[in-house]
Design a protein. Structure first.
Lengths: 329, 339
């Protein structure tokens, strides 16, 4: 495979949240939401990030775009380290990285018209004004399947799917290179999800966009992504090409996650061998020692308790963090 | 032929809001046999949850059953008073909801909440009820149930709360369990645990289940028969095999085509259903799906289609199935044998 250009590289990224207790707000513990993860995103590809609630996938997205400050580690975007930049230095990069949020009801200002919502990023970055601005807004609305007449309306006049389109138009307004999609379709009805996913795919081809697609719906992530990263309790468990990941999942957690998904086909899903995991995800305040998955893993042995497995490349472009890979069991 | 446990006949339910009458359900009929698992599939606003609330008689003001019959074990429950319903609810019909945190009472222990049901309906003493509570928690797979019985809901995780809800629901061995999106708020690995539990308990306790969900994968896994709802009406009804492999209604076909399959590898484009669902404040006179249907004809917009039976136990409300309709090449449904 030809050498591909890396657009974003995350190196040993950590994001800890303080947990305060008592009236003097003594800081006692940290929630290690993202704990030392590294990955690359190539130009023009879609990297899917999956995992269960609390695994740190959304925190990863929000830390990359600097909605959260980085606790430790590097975020390298197009050669520049943006993880520690000041807000002022960051401004040109804000234009190049955009985000689409999960909840189309909470992510649009209810007191602004659609035209103002989409126009705001244009004003902030001084990209267009006057007639030019209006024209650009109409153009964006049409691009996402809405029309000119929607421009003067308010968000409450739209359905969930239409609001998500407005959110996408706002993200596209500044001609970004990279869009972080944080559960963009989870709040939408099944028949509307496919509309939005198809549109995201079209926009990617048209504008040469790179996506980080965060979701818990593995079927949809597999559909849209070129590569998928699986997270568990703040750690990256496995990264591989999406077909490879489905056909040859190596991490016991990935195997369980894939087997847990019901397939919309009665005969196939009933014949499916399920790995039912015991218990729940442990608390990220006090994660298990060694491998974080060991408390629910059916293969766990002594080493898993003592040493934390590193993310290693076991076959080309297939990374796994599991001691079983060394044992070759 | 097994005995009918529940027979819903021509049910109309509306909400009388200040904007006008929202016709949430517009003539729904279906039945459920003893020990059977029926899936009701639909999007938000299709009327699937209102159907279940009507059966439970839990509709809140301004909702009202306008007409129709709900025959449970040979008796129509629509005219029953709230007091009469309280003897049935929890005892013979139980329900579990989407969000286990808001449906459990935060100030009572889990044990107390199970005991409440068995003391009321089965007249057990407190000691016996406590033993029953521990037995139920064991049944649904809560670890160390004799200690957990004294925990409060906030001490349980999401999956455990849903297990506790199932324990409460099944404590009186109901004939019917209505599960309204029981796994939507849960993670997939926990969802797999709960679905496995429901399937296991259905056989063990011989409870009939109505599973309401928007997830086609979940119904394919659990249910033997499926009802597809849209715009307050039933679009199609049939065995799981009929509905998935041989759908007769364009809406069902559209739904199946619009979701990606995890187990198939070809990189194909999804085929979305264009448009948005109808507004039930002013429901269309014709088929509610007509405006989004690729095969819509003149008659579809004017008149509501009746049901056409395509084979034993499989029916769909679509004008295309009328003998006078032109034959169109429809594509849809899951190809048997996966790839």
């Amino acid at each position: 495979m030809a050498e591909r250009e890396v657009l974003l590289e995350v190196k040993n990224l950590k994001k800890y949240f303080k947990v305060d207790k008592g009236i003097i707000r003594r800081n006692i513990k940290y929630v290690k939401a993202v704990d030392d993860i590294s990955f690359k995103i190539y130009k023009g590809e879609t990297l899917g990030l999956v995992g269960e609630s609390g695994c740190g996938k959304s925190t990863t997205g929000r830390t990359i775009i600097r909605l959260y400050d980085v606790t430790d580690g590097e975020v390298i975007f197009d050669g520049a380290e943006i993880g520690q930049m000041s807000e002022h230095e960051l401004k040109p990069f804000r234009k190049r990285i955009q985000m689409i949020f999960q909840d189309p009801y909470a992510s649009l200002n209810t007191r602004m018209t659609v035209s103002d919502i989409i126009g705001e990023p244009l004003d902030i970055h001084g990209l267009a004004s006057g007639d030019n601005r209006q024209e650009k807004i109409f153009e964006l609305l049409e691009r996402v399947g809405l029309s000119k007449m929607h421009a003067s309306r308010y968000p409450h006049e739209f359905s969930g799917g239409q609001r998500q389109r407005i959110g996408i138009a706002r993200a596209l307004a500044v001609n970004p290179d990279f869009i972080i999609c944080d559960e963009p379709i989870s709040a939408l009805d099944v028949s509307i999800q496919a509309q939005v996913v198809n549109m995201l795919e079209d926009l990617q081809t048209e504008f040469g966009l790179t996506y980080l697609f965060i979701a818990h719906d593995l079927s949809m992530v597999k559909h849209i992504s070129d590569r998928i990263g699986v997270m568990y309790l703040g750690k990256m468990a496995e990264i591989a090409g999406s077909n490879e990941l489905y056909e040859k999942p190596l991490h016991p957690y990935t195997q369980a996650l894939l087997s847990a998904i019901p397939i919309p086909d009665p005969e196939v899903t009933r014949a499916k061998q399920r790995i039912i995991l015991e218990g729940d995800v442990p608390s990220p305040i006090n994660p298990p020692s060694g491998c974080r998955f060991r408390t629910r893993c059916i293969y766990a042995f002594d080493k898993c308790k003592e040493i934390e497995p590193e993310l290693k490349e076991v076959s080309p472009e297939h990374f796994v963090a599991c001691h079983l890979m060394d044992e070759k069991v | 032929m097994s005995e009918k446990l529940l027979d819903v006949k021509d049910l109309y339910t509306s909400f009388y809001t200040h904007l006008g009458e929202v016709q949430a359900i517009r003539g729904v009929s279906f039945h459920l046999n003893r020990g059977e698992a029926l899936g009701i599939v639909g999007e938000s606003g299709s009327g699937k949850s209102v159907t279940s609330l009507s059966v439970m008689k839990l509709l809140q003001h301004p909702g009202k059953v306008k007409s129709g019959q709900i025959i449970f074990k040979g008796e129509d429950i629509v005219p029953k008073s709230n007091k009469e319903m309280m003897a049935i609810r929890g005892d013979q019909i139980a329900m579990i909801f989407q969000d286990p945190m808001t449906s459990l009472n935060p100030v009572y222990t889990i044990g107390n909440q199970i005991m409440e049901a068995v003391i009321k309906h089965q007249g057990l003493s407190k000691t016996d009820a406590r033993a029953k509570a521990i037995e139920m928690l064991t049944l649904v797979g809560i670890p160390s149930p004799d200690q957990r019985v004294d925990n409060f809901p906030h001490e349980f995780s999401g999956g455990m709360r849903q297990r506790a809800m199932i324990a409460i629901a099944l404590s009186c061995q109901p004939d019917l369990l209505i599960a309204d999106e029981p796994t939507t708020a849960l993670d997939v690995t926990i969802q797999a645990q709960i679905l496995e539990l429901l399937k296991e308990l259905k056989d063990k306790v011989n409870t009939a289940i109505i599973l309401i969900t928007h997830d086609l994968g979940v119904v394919a896994d659990v249910c033997s028969r499926i009802v597809v709802m849209y715009g307050g009406l039933i679009m199609e009804e049939g065995s799981a095999e009929d509905v998935f492999y041989n759908p007769s209604h364009p809406y069902t076909m559209g739904l199946i085509k619009s979701i990606p399959r995890l187990d198939l590898n070809e990189k194909h484009r999804l085929i979305p259903i264009p448009g948005t669902p109808p507004d039930l404040l002013n429901p269309p006179t014709g088929c509610p799906f007509a405006t989004r249907c690729p095969y819509a004809m003149q008659v579809c917009i004017k008149e509501l289609p009746k049901f056409y039976t395509t084979n034993e136990g499989h029916r769909a409300a679509c004008w295309l199935l009328d003998p006078e309709a032109p034959t169109v090449e429809t594509t849809g449904g899951v190809k048997r044998g996966g790839k």
